[in-house]
Design a protein around this ligand. Structure first.
Ligand code: GLN
Length: 222
């Protein structure tokens, strides 16, 4: 498959995400924030970083980038979209996913290897994992505290839309230890930790993140 990776001004992890896409067996297509062209890709990754300097709120300005008009429209038609960290922030700012991401409860930037449980594998990004598989991937952010109103939390939990949950440590005060969620249809997934940094032995972070990039090949949701 051809997987687009969007670069915004201040994006940090686009090259790692492209590399992870290739390791996952796909072609990586660089997409530019200022373009209105998705180049016919089969899926899109919004990578991590500090787009637009994290001004206003993380992701709040990126949401208005020209490419996001196309991403939002295509996501509505079922295009698989994965937002990692800053990408997750952009997805909630774009209202493709519910809730919001606030400053970490301890008010400091955090960088650690984080244990997660993949609770929903019925998405194009998590199909390669067993349900409730436990993985460890890097986590690094300043605004990773997932919050939502009671009704939204109840719906996410009741309908099984929590994709990943923090285990052992809640690193940022996220409600219900939520690390990642999906939309109703399952094509849009947002995740605060970074699977793209755990896709090859060279980096020393293990291979637990690779499933996010091989899942597309599973085909069930393509
Ligand atoms: N790693 C990232 O993508 C960082 C996201 C965001 N800029 C934050 O600090 O919360």
């Amino acid at each position: 498959m051809r997987v687009g990776v969007v670069t915004f001004p201040g994006t940090l992890d686009d090259v790692d995400a492209q590399r992870a896409v290739r390791i996952g067996g796909h072609e990586a297509v660089a997409l530019w924030h200022a373009d209105h062209d998705l180049q016919g890709v089969d899926a899109v990754v919004l990578p991590g970083g500090f787009s637009y300097g994290d001004y206003l709120r993380c992701g709040a300005i990126s949401r208005f980038a020209p490419i996001m008009t196309e991403v939002i429209e295509a996501a509505g038609k079922g295009l698989p979209v994965l937002g990692i960290c800053n990408g997750f922030q952009i997805l909630v700012e774009s209202h493709l996913l519910p809730g919001g991401l606030l400053r970490n409860d301890h008010r400091t930037f955090i960088c650690r290897d984080q244990k997660l449980r993949i609770e929903n594998n019925e998405t194009p990004w998590t199909a390669a994992y067993a349900k409730d598989q436990e993985i460890v991937v890097p986590l690094k952010n300043g605004e990773g505290q997932y919050v939502a109103d009671d009704e939204t939390i109840k719906r996410l939990e009741g309908e099984g839309l929590v994709v990943a949950r923090y285990l052992d440590v809640n690193p940022n005060g996220s409600m219900n230890d939520i690390a990642g969620i999906r939309n109703d249809r399952g094509n849009v997934v947002g995740l605060m930790p970074h699977p793209e940094h755990a896709t090859e032995a060279l980096t020393g972070s293990g291979l637990d993140g690779l499933g996010f990039f091989t899942s597309l090949a599973a085909g069930a949701f393509a």
